[in-house]
Design a protein around this ligand. Structure first.
Ligand code: 9D3
Length: 258
């Protein structure tokens, strides 16, 4: 996956790209990200990349021409078509399906990150980028959303997550919430690890995890179950859950020791 991030705030994204999975993916050659400062594509001596809005009002609007020049430069450098993405609160909402689509995109992904009151409308009209939102809340700019999009797509590339089992387990729990995880020690402040997880019985562990994933989903995000056809096992597990007395998030798992 190849990405270019065009921004007035390169330092807002660089440190994130140098950590954890995004760093590892680049080291493995599975991800190539370049960060460009839009100020470098201005022509005036003061490198002005934003200006006051026509019609008045607070704040600044990002100028169109530095963005056009940056995109032209990237087209020339890559020598291919680009996929232009503009993080925007008005965009298509990000979904797991869209993350998969970005992972599978052969063209370089170019993120046009707005900041302040936005970008001159002519960027949208001329370049016709795909607008993408990461949710219905207001941020300060498109930089964090660009990183969210890259992160969501990159972790789906085979070989990025160390363990190929992680990806496999994911398709299994597809659109269910996670089951609870535990690690050493077995007793933390009197709270025990559920016995089944120490049993070594892989089939019992698998069943318990499936049940707890269903329970979490039923209790916290019932909307995810609404339009889902459950298989026999899931229906049986959900039925068990519904017949338990202690159906609250806290009353689950190992339970308090004495
Ligand atoms: C909705 C508020 N807008 C009306 C005056 C102004 C505005 C505020 C903040 C426009 C853009 C922004 C910066 N946000 C993004 O660039 C952004 C974003 C977001 O704020 N929420 C969710 N997804 C995204 S993607 C890009």
């Amino acid at each position: 996956m190849r990405c270019d991030i065009l921004t007035l705030f390169p330092d807002m994204v660089r440190p994130v790209l140098g950590q954890s999975m995004l760093k590892r993916a680049q080291e493995k050659g599975l991800l190539e990200v370049r960060v460009r400062n839009l100020r470098d594509y201005t022509l005036d001596k003061h490198q002005v990349a934003d200006d006051a809005p026509y019609g008045g009002g607070a704040g600044m609007v990002m100028k169109a021409e530095p963005i056009f020049r940056a995109v032209d430069a990237l087209r020339a450098e890559h020598g291919t078509e680009l996929r232009l993405l503009m993080p925007s609160p008005q965009g298509r909402p990000l979904t797991q399906r869209f993350a998969e689509e970005l992972r599978d995109e052969p063209r370089p992904l170019v993120f046009l990150c707005g900041h302040y009151e936005g970008i001159d409308e002519r960027v949208r009209l001329v370049l016709q980028p795909e607008e993408v939102s990461i949710g219905d809340y207001v941020l300060t700019g498109g930089e964090l959303p660009a990183l969210v999009l890259i992160d969501a797509a990159v972790r789906l590339i085979p070989g990025v997550l160390g363990d190929p089992e992680s990806a496999l387990a994911e398709s299994f729990t597809d659109s269910l919430l996670d089951f609870p995880q535990y690690t050493r020690p077995s007793d933390v402040q009197g709270w025990a690890v559920p016995e089944v997880l120490l049993s070594g019985n892989h089939e019992a562990v698998r069943r318990w995890r499936r049940k707890e994933a269903l329970r979490n989903t039923f209790l916290k995000r019932p909307d995810l179950l609404r339009d889902r056809v459950l298989n026999d096992e899931d229906r049986r597990l959900l039925d068990e859950i519904l017949h338990e007395r202690t159906n609250v998030c806290e009353a689950r798992g190992g339970g308090r020791l004495s």
